[in-house]
Every structure is written in structure tokens, then in C-alpha cells.
Ligand binder design. Structure first.
Ligand SMILES: [Mg+2]
Length: 181
């Protein structure tokens, strides 16, 4: 069973850095309610925030999403886990993401890391991603990881955090064991 897992806004908590950037640029803190239903850099006047993603190092020092390391490690024990991340848009993100994985998810073998552009090239049984556009073209079952920009999207099993991901796959394994008798 193959599970494809996204990095940004799934394994990686990009929001803390966005909040820092917002404060640096705007001189005040932002409340997540202000960008509920969209991306933070879709707010008027701060579109330039997205340019930061082009800078070397942007993707290197982002924090791990809460409980991601523990749960990805558990999944890695039971499934063929692949990290599938769009990396070709921002050229410096390759090295940053590689080093981030080496530091925070050292148990993931390099053969299980896929840096891609369009994720429709990837096949598997499950995909955990915050973008509906990635789940839409996936051949298997999509799990939508809740993010500010997808709160109004429907049609996919939603997971609000990593403990819900853990419970989803624990239930899958329990059901499989029960059917095997
Ligand atoms: Mg993402």
C-alpha cells in the first residue's frame, strides 16, 4: 500500500514563517481569521510575500507540523510511504527541502522522495495533500489535510491534523486485520 505525502502545509508548518513575514512587512500581527478561506498571501497588499518563496533558505528552516514526525514514522513502518512535493517552481527549494527532510525525517530513504512539478504523474493508493487540485488528478484515495485555503472544499475525506491521519490508518489496518480473520 503506497501513501504519497505532501510537504508544504502538511508535513511542514509554513504558517509561522508567513506570520513573521506579515509582521515584518505590515508592522502588526495577523489573526488567522483574516485569511480564513484563502491563502495568507492572497490578502490585498501583501502579494509580494509569495516572492519570499524564491529566496534560498526559505524552505529550509520551517517548523515541522505538529505530530507529523511521529505519525509519518508510524506510517513508514506499515506502508510504502513516499514524500511527494512540488519543488520545481522554486529552484532553491530542492536543496532546502532535501536538507529539511534529512534533519526532521531522517528515517525516510532518498528513494522515497519525489520532487516534482505536476503531481498527476504520481500513482499510489493514498495521497495526503492540502490542495484539492492534487487530489483531483490522483488515481487513489485523497485525504484533504485542512489548511486555510481549503476550508470550503468538499468531496474528500478531511483530516484536520496528524493525529487524525494516524487514526484513519490505524482504523484501516484494524479493518484489514478483521477481514483477514
Ligand atoms: Mg501542500
Amino acid at each position: 500500500m503506497r501513501i504519497c505525502i505532501d510537504m508544504d502545509e502538511v508535513m511542514v508548518d509554513n504558517y509561522q514563517r508567513y506570520h513573521q513575514l506579515f509582521e515584518e512587512q505590515q508592522g502588526r500581527k495577523i489573526d488567522p481569521k483574516e485569511y480564513y478561506g484563502k491563502r495568507i498571501y492572497d490578502l490585498p497588499g501583501i502579494e509580494s510575500m509569495r516572492d519570499e518563496l524564491r529566496n534560498p533558505g526559505f524552505f529550509r528552516d520551517l517548523p515541522v507540523m505538529k505530530d507529523a514526525r511521529e505519525v509519518v514514522s508510524e506510517l513508514y513502518e506499515h506502508y510504502e510511504v513516499y514524500v511527494v512535493t512540488a519543488a520545481t517552481e522554486f529552484k532553491h527549494s530542492f536543496t532546502d527541502k532535501w536538507e529539511w527532510l534529512e534533519e526532521h525525517m531522517p528515517f525516510i530513504h532518498w528513494e522515497r522522495i519525489v520532487f516534482c512539478g505536476n503531481k498527476s504523474i504520481v500513482h499510489g493508493d493514498y495521497m495526503i495533500d492540502d490542495k484539492v487540485s492534487n487530489l483531483r488528478t490522483f488515481n487513489g484515495t485523497g485525504l484533504l489535510f485542512t489548511a486555510s485555503h481549503n476550508v470550503h472544499d468538499t468531496g474528500y475525506h478531511r483530516v484536520a491534523n496528524w493525529l487524525e491521519v494516524r487514526d484513519f490508518f490505524r482504523q484501516e489496518r484494524a479493518a484489514e486485520q478483521a477481514s483477514e480473520g
